[in-house]
Design a protein around this ligand. Structure first.
Ligand code: NAD
Length: 367
């Protein structure tokens, strides 16, 4: 008989507490001695459809951190899919380990077999430290994978689609606050001139906005300056600018006690995941300051819409764009609900996402 050490007993009990608290349907631990694979697949909710979410490979400090990441991220995917009107649920997978040391074809294909065993309840895609080639290896063992490169018949790079959704969501916020959605002459700061940031900058400049750009890599800022004639700003300076719109497109948690004290803007709308350091508390701080916050999981859903439609079938650029353009009306719905109920926009977005899951769940159980 295998005896658990005291610490392992405690942490396993806590895992179930957390699974119950966050309301996951299933959490799968995948272990394979031959390849060294250690992965966790968290299936949060499949009421609307198969749970879709990328696989992240990360050298976590400990296993608890990996579990927390998988549970938290998969729950976020449920909200994102529901609010985007996709027939998909929320899931996420993490592979524990240093990608540069342990990632190889055998490990990825073994992981693919674990996904396949779930019979389509979980569908994977690219995330941190995973490449199109890695997805190709996984797809050799399971068809429940999406986000393949265009050369393999997939929808390709999600960043331009994500940027378009952020742009559309930003315009809806402008409509609400200024009574017109033009961004011409609006002062907008884009934090992070990465994959999404650069495409967003292009939309904003084309519309005549005055765009400020920061990045921790000066060469990326310079690239934006050369290409789009934007105004370069320092990584810290960005929080003290006099702005209409702040667009976080780099890291999470940039909306926190310190930055919210400094930010002077009317709208916050960007691509970064988990922008609010504390979802409830900082959502309320923003509401009290009279700033309009476009929920990140709504306006950055373009990438999910792209891979989601790719998986569900009938992908075309036009269809994806039409779905992404719905972000405009959904943003306005959320802002109205926030006004009506006096709740912050993040809470309003979660409420709408859960409402759809409840309603469609009832439709499905009635059949
Ligand atoms: P990316 O890595 O290509 O770009 C991020 C950029 O931010 C990099 O250039 C990086 O140097 C910069 N950066 C990091 N720290 C910074 C700081 N403190 N100040 C200024 N710049 C900083 O990533 P991406 O694909 O463009 O994604 C941007 C954000 O959007 C991420 O949070 C990502 O999780 C989220 N997101 C991306 C997609 C997508 O389709 N790529 C979809 C949904 C959400």
């Amino acid at each position: 008989m295998i005896r658990l050490k005291e610490a392992e007993k405690i942490s396993s009990i806590e895992i179930f507490d957390e699974v119950a608290r966050l309301e996951h349907e299933q959490v799968v631990f995948c272990y394979d001695a031959a390849t060294g694979l250690k992965a966790i697949i968290a299936i949060h909710n499949t009421v609307l459809g198969p749970s879709l979410g990328g696989t992240r490979m990360w050298n976590y400090q400990n296993e608890q951190e990996a579990i927390t990441d998988a549970l938290r991220l998969s729950r976020g995917m449920t909200f994102k899919a529901s609010i985007s009107a996709l027939n998909l649920g929320g899931g996420k997978a993490v592979i524990i380990g240093d990608a540069s040391k342990i990632k190889n074809e055998a490990l990825l294909r073994r992981f693919g077999r674990f996904i396949d065993n779930l019979g389509g309840k979980y569908v994977t895609a690219e995330d941190v430290n995973m490449s199109p080639l890695d997805m190709e290896y996984i797809s050799m063992e399971t068809r429940h994978v999406t986000g393949l490169s265009e050369s393999l018949g997939g929808g390709g790079d999600p960043s331009p689609v994500t940027a378009y959704g952020v742009y559309v969501g930003m315009k809806a916020c402008a409509q609400k606050i200024y009574g017109r959605d033009s961004l011409e002459n609006r002062k907008i700061a884009v934090q992070g001139a990465g994959h999404v940031g650069m495409y967003l900058i292009e939309h904003l400049v084309n519309e005549g906005a005055i765009v400020y750009v920061s990045d921790i890599y000066p060469e990326r800022v310079q690239q934006a300056v050369d290409k789009f004639k934007v105004i370069p700003v320092g990584s810290d300076e960005i929080y003290d600018l006099d702005l209409d719109i702040y667009a976080p497109c780099a890291l999470g948690a940039t909306l926190n006690d310190e930055t919210l004290e400094r930010l002077k803007c009317a709208i916050i709308a960007g691509a970064a995941n988990n922008q609010l350091k504390d979802e409830n508390y900082h959502g309320d701080v923003i509401l009290k300051k009279g700033i309009i916050y476009a929920p990140d999981f709504l306006i950055n859903a373009g990438g999910l819409i792209n891979v989601g439609i790719d998986y569900l079938g009938g992908w075309s650029k036009e269809r994806v764009n039409r779905k992404v353009e719905q972000i405009y009306d959904t943003t306005l719905d959320i802002l109205r609900l926030s006004d009506k109920e006096g709740i912050n926009t993040q809470a309003a977005a979660i409420r709408l996402a859960m409402k759809r899951i409840r309603e469609i769940g009832q439709v499905k159980s009635a059949l």
